[in-house]
Design a protein around this ligand. Sequence first.
Ligand SMILES: [Zn+2]
Length: 382
Amino acid sequence: MKHPTLPAQAALKALLRHRWYFTVLFCLVVVSFSMLPALAQAPDKAVFGHSSVGSVNKPTPLIAPLYNPDSDPFALWFDSPFRSPIAISSTTGPAINAMSGLLSYANPDMVTDSIPDDSADRPDADPALASASSVRTHFSAIPAASAAPATPAIPATPPVKPDKPARIPVLNYHSITVDPGNTATITPEKFAAQMQYLADKGYTPLTLKQFSDMMEGIDKGPDKPILLTFDDGYADNYEHAMPILKKLGFHATLFMSPGTVEDGYFLNWDQIKEMHEAGWDIQPHGMTHPHLPTLNAKSQTFEITEAKAQIEQIVGTTADVYCYPYGEWDATTLKILKEHYFRYAFTIDQGITTPSQDNLKLKRIFVNGEESMDKWRYRFEK
Ligand SMILES: [Zn+2]
């Protein structure tokens, strides 16, 4: 006799008969639930297959638009202690991560810098996961142009140091007077015309401080620098040169010999002080305008240091720039200048002055008062 089939037995038989269907269904349910926290939490430790799924804190903007745990009932479940056993496998993790990358590529606005890349901190990182991380890094590198706030442009600061070495014409004048045939003199009219030319062409006659700053690369200086020097201290410099330079706002440097101040033909101290107040630098040219190489060391030292001391005491300035009388010097002269901390010394060697020259052998441009204006300007504009 055939026993009647009980409902439980029938159910068991059906279960066994369709066990593969039920197994597949069960697996689908498990996989579906396991993917949701990863989608909610974005690529973090869970994505890399760590068991510490519960350590993820909050969704990043990468996935938030697709899944918001604050409004989804599943969020409560995933925040419960039960979420920890449901770890993302190392197979699904990279797949989800790659998908996140594609999403961020499709919408760069979603890319933020809040995604930590901690793969480098984990020596046990799975190589397969590392490749997934590189996918994320690649897409995260796409600039979020449309989302980034406009950054105000930082105003460019002018360069303090020059981009190329200074080239400074140093003009060498002497007497400003009418003395036909004397190339070292120039008429007041021609001198005035030359100064006006410099003004019209935008030249800036320098102070010695400006000259020094340019030579040492401290300051770029004006676009068209020039240094006006006057040798010997002729009285006509006060009468003819100073008023013109004052009118144009020009600076100049006077190289004078204190031993000549009572001569009458040369400037006296009152005139020199007045010129200094008008913007002239006053510097030594020897006590008596000697041929230095003909003197012994003691006499050279006196000529150089006494001139320096008198100018500094009477004019109240620093006199550490020398000018060789007749352009003559020897090894003893250079040694004395160095021992007394002279910063520069001018010769009568012809050329534009540059920092590449020896500071104690600087070139100048002799102004021949007999020459035309064109020849004069050619010497420093060529
Ligand atoms: Zn001289």
